[in-house]
Design a protein around this ligand. Structure first.
Ligand SMILES: [Zn+2]
Length: 142
């Protein structure tokens, strides 16, 4: 919807709502426009056209990772980043370390690493929480 400030030849100003600029031209051409004050059909468009209802301010560009936007949607890669930054990489010793932590043979901490499907299942069977994440192999992280 577009709103034009209109003015008749007697300088009465009013607003006209149109589907488009072409709609205004078309209605004017057919003599459908008239001033609500004096009924005069000689209506002109004032120069400043305003668009309403459609032009919300543009969404700001993505903020950098250093300044997380609270309104940002749930983002798996962000969570992965967090986990990577807050866990110790134990690589292939993952299953072994996870067990040690579970049985309190080593200090409690978050670890990450690689485990085979079998290893992960064994850990789960022992009641050790293991999460699989869609993280690419370590050597692909730069
Ligand atoms: Zn008028």
């Amino acid at each position: 919807m577009i709103v034009f400030d209109l003015i008749c030849k007697d300088q009465h100003r009013f607003e006209g709502w149109f589907a488009s600029g072409e709609d205004f031209t078309s209605q004017k051409g057919q003599g459908l426009l008239e001033c609500p004050v004096c009924g005069g059909a000689h209506v002109e468009k004032l120069p400043a056209a305003k668009i309403r209802k459609q032009s919300e301010p543009a969404v700001p560009a993505q903020t950098s990772a250093a300044q997380p936007d609270k309104a940002e949607k749930f983002d798996v890669s962000r969570i992965i980043d967090y986990l990577l930054a807050h866990s110790e990489d134990v690589g292939k010793r993952f299953a072994e370390e996870a067990r040690k932590i579970h049985y309190q043979e080593t200090p409690q901490r978050s670890i990450r690493g690689v485990a085979s499907r079998t290893e992960a299942e064994e850990l789960r069977d022992e009641g050790i929480p293991v999460f699989s994440l869609p993280v690419p192999p370590q050597d692909r992280w730069n």
